[in-house]
Ligand binder design. Structure first.
Ligand SMILES: C[S@@+](CC[C@H](N)C(=O)[O-])C[C@H]1O[C@@H](n2cnc3c(N)ncnc32)[C@H](O)[C@@H]1O
Length: 474
């Protein structure tokens, strides 16, 4: 059956990707077969209004209630370009579908919503009065109704909220099946989080990452760049068991004191503590200790050198062979901080894919951010690849006029073998040679932070910052 899905007008590329991932989570599909979508007449692809074909109301409810970006999913009773057309459509909606929700013993509420403008209370009442022809026999209950309905009017959609103008007004009326619980964003907002670092992940994005990873109770989720644990907090909220690692012992062991550390971030929300937090290098990960396929998802924000640069174990002298490996003497062990050397994103991403290919269960998901320079006229970016994975989705979030980050979601579809290890290495070398030159040490940092007058688009002209329609900014 076709449902009306109304999205929040933000993180535009994340919306359908989140929806599809949740559909896969609740109905067990691999996520490889996309759902059927269509747009209302005359609507732009970035419109908040979409129609989606779902096999059951239960699936629609589960997706909506778990999502972050679904404002509501509705059983559409009618739509039209005017109230007259809307009335005609609602009147011809089958009685047997309407009557169960209009019965005398039930309670109901009608919301009036719009896109691109605020509707005053008197206007809302006026709209509701125009629905008087619907034979509601139940009582109104604004706080906790049995059935919720929504009237959505996209009049004045053009020229507002950054979307290109739309030609026709469209009014929708439907029964609400479910909606995102965005109150959790307030509960988990970073400004009230005890332990924060400069790259702590925003709560909304952490929840979206958990949804992309199809996190659910009983699943084991790993973040190899755990930092303050913000990504794992999102996963734990949805019931996952969590495990993290970071190269910085001060982050995983000490934080800012006994009551201000990764553990206290879980305690603050009454979430189950991580199964373990390791001081481990993405370069020398736990599989070296004999661990195999054990994670259902790996979710992370690798250090790509814009705000926090990657480090790898060893120290410059050791890696150059100038000094031999050494054993830390027993009396220095408690406060020894191992030396590290710069770790380029190229290496980091290769090691991450290798780790994920080895340690994810079949069907498990790798969800991580990848930086992209937004040079004008540059071709579409190419993303890292691995023979064990298929790319499920890529969602761009523009961070400045110079760079964006893309949330990549990959699913493991082939087991890790020695042949695959070799194939992946060759694929990586090819990728590094052809696509990653600009990501070599420090390039991203200087591209993002160099003064505007030296930052050009390669033709000697400065980037233009003139306003234009860029949906991914919202
Ligand atoms: C972008 S931050 C992640 C922040 C984290 N998502 C949070 O919410 O706080 C990257 C983290 O990776 C860690 N890191 C850098 N190089 C690493 C490596 N080779 N192995 C493991 N962790 C590393 C840094 O110490 C830093 O905490």
């Amino acid at each position: 059956m076709w449902y009306l899905c109304v999205f929040y007008h933000r993180l535009l590329e994340y919306r359908k990707a989140e929806f599809e991932s949740l559909a896969g989570l609740f109905d067990g599909r691999s996520g490889a077969t996309p759902l059927e979508w269509r747009l209302p007449e005359d609507h732009h692809a970035d419109s908040p209004f979409h129609f989606v074909n779902l096999p059951s109301e239960e699936l629609a409810r589960n997706i909506a209630n778990r999502s972050i970006l679904v404002k509501g999913i509705y059983e559409l009773w009618g739509e039209g370009r005017s109230f007259e057309e809307l009335e005609e459509a609602i009147r011809s909606y089958p009685d047997e579908r309407r009557t169960p929700y209009l019965s005398p013993g039930s309670t109901f509420r009608i919301n009036v919503d719009s896109f691109g403008k605020a509707i005053s209370f008197p206007e809302q009442n006026e709209c509701i009065n125009k629905l008087a022809f619907i034979p509601f026999e139940g009582r109104v209950n604004l706080r906790n109704p049995d059935h919720k309905f929504c009237l959505m009017d996209n009049d004045n959609y053009g020229g507002t909220n950054g979307l290109p103008p739309i030609v026709q007004r469209r009014i929708f009326f439907g029964r609400e099946i479910g909606a995102a619980d965005r109150k959790i964003l307030q509960t988990y907002q970073l400004k009230s989080r005890k332990y924060l670092g400069p790259t702590a992940m925003d709560a909304e994005i952490a929840f979206l990452m958990a949804n992309q990873a199809q996190v659910k109770p009983g699943k084991l989720v790993y973040d190899p760049f755990v930092g303050t644990g913000s990504i794992l907090v999102g996963a734990a909220h949805f019931g996952a068991m969590t495990m993290g690692a970071d190269i910085d012992i001060r982050v995983v062991r000490d934080g800012r004191g006994p009551d201000c550390n990764v553990w206290s971030n879980f305690k603050q929300y009454g979430l189950p503590m991580p199964v373990s937090l390791l001081r481990a290098d993405n370069n020398l990960p736990p599989w070296r200790a004999g661990l195999k396929e054990m994670f259902d998802a790996i979710i992370c924000d690798p250090p790509y050198g814009v705000r926090a640069g990657g480090r790898k174990s060893g120290g410059r002298k050791l890696l150059k062979g100038a000094v031999d490996p050494y054993t830390v003497p027993d009396d220095k062990r408690t406060d020894h901080i191992p030396s590290t050397a710069p770790y380029s994103l190229v290496e980091c991403v290769h090691d991450l894919l290798d780790l994920a290919a080895r340690m994810l269960v079949m069907g498990g998901r790798l969800v991580y951010f990848y930086p992209v320079l937004r040079e004008e006229d540059s071709p579409d970016p190419t993303f890292p690849d691995h023979p064990c994975f298929v790319l499920v989705s890529r969602c761009e979030q523009i961070l400045s006029y110079r760079y964006s980050r893309v949330l990549l979601t990959m699913a493991k579809v082939a087991p890790y073998t020695e042949d695959i290890e070799l194939e992946a290495r060759l694929q990586h070398l090819e990728f590094r040679e052809n696509h990653l030159k600009w990501l070599e040490d420090g390039k991203l940092h200087s591209a993002v932070f160099s003064p505007a007058d030296v930052h050009t688009n390669g033709t000697g002209e400065k980037f233009s910052s003139k306003p234009k329609y860029r949906g991914k900014y919202v």
